[in-house]
Design a protein around this ligand. Sequence first.
Ligand code: ATP
Ligand code: MG
Length: 421
Amino acid sequence: MLFSKFFTYTSKDIPADAKIASHRLMLRAGMISQTASGIYCWLPLAVRVLEKITKIICEEQDKIGANRVYFSTIQPADLWIESGRYDDYGKEMLRIKDRKDGDFLYSPTNEEQATDVFRKYVKGYRGLPTMLYQIHWKFRDEIRPRFGVMRGREFLMKDGYSFDLDFEGAKATYEKVFKAYIKTFRRMGLTPIPVQADSGAIGGNMSHEFQILAETGESTLYYDKKLHTASDEELMHIFAVTDEKYDPKTSPIPEKELMVSKGIEVGHIFYFGTKYSQPMNAFVLNNKGEKIYPEMGSYGIGVSRLIAAIIESSHDDRGIIWPEPVAPFDVTILNLHTNDSKCTQIASELYEKISSVKEVLYDDRDMTVGKKLADADLIGIPWQIIVGQKKLEAGVVELKNRKTGKIEELSPEELIRRYCA
Ligand code: ATP
Ligand code: MG
């Protein structure tokens, strides 16, 4: 991609309401454009990151046999009246009338929709267990949208729904998703902290939130120090709760073994039994021909919030530092002197060759050296190849690591060999 053709406009101005680093940096890097409070347009740089995150999520969901769908975003109120949630959901739900005065809504979540699709197709126990998921826009009319895309009104979420024949099956599915989520977040360069969001009583509800440590997080976490060294297997059972659930009098962990940190909730999984299958009459027949209401769970990841969470956990005072797996491009080539024919020739050649193996953003814009270097650090692509007059006279270009700032000097041929060999 040529930067001169790439719809990305960086800026120094930040609105006063942009209080946290991720919000400021997303605006400065030209990733989002606000439409209304809590509603954003996602611009090309951000779309590339959303797609990287999406791909990682889908790969891990595939591995556990989940089926990707798109539920409709606009849904009839009747579906929610059936489950009994239409009135309870309150003002967070955006309610819409169609031209025939019918009641509709823009989905804030999809337990009802998933249950409805399930009951239309699955009639017998052989169809179980099964899991549907989507990555799609949600609308929740949050009372206080804030921190940019961290708490938006329109936001992108992965939401999954599982159906099992009995509690044991549902529990096994829940654990499978739990582990897949840990892997998913780790692949994005994050350290997830799974927090017990419910009592976890057998037969009751199970629920975990996945939190990312960040000073700007809205949650306060109390967790066992052991969590940082625990295996994936152990993670599920290590003590970790939010402040609303923490009580020093009943805590199983002595205070000196506890860590207290701020966190950002990036995922939430929930087992809720027959809460929807029963009222919506979504039954299957078991092998004895008896009616069974599937045991369900739902599993959410805040895809658009994750972008902000990743930036909160990986930036410095110059800009974003993308972890490689979610970076919008693998490498950026900076042609510092576009009016110098040698620089342009070498930079173009590097661009052409490296593009065949990596995603490259070639900064061919006619701008000052300072602006180009500052933009590259702001946008945060993990590797920068810097092509400048002086270094080229000595036969080298620079390869800079955005995270460490370390610069290596290489001949253009060596660089091509390194990438393309
Ligand atoms: P919160 O407590 O932050 O409002 P929630 O419990 O309402 O979250 P869920 O219904 O579990 O959220 O949604 C699944 C995931 O979607 C959350 O873990 C979060 O990452 C993300 N999410 C929820 N609300 C928003 C929002 N308003 N903006 C961006 N992401 C959100
Ligand atoms: Mg909420």
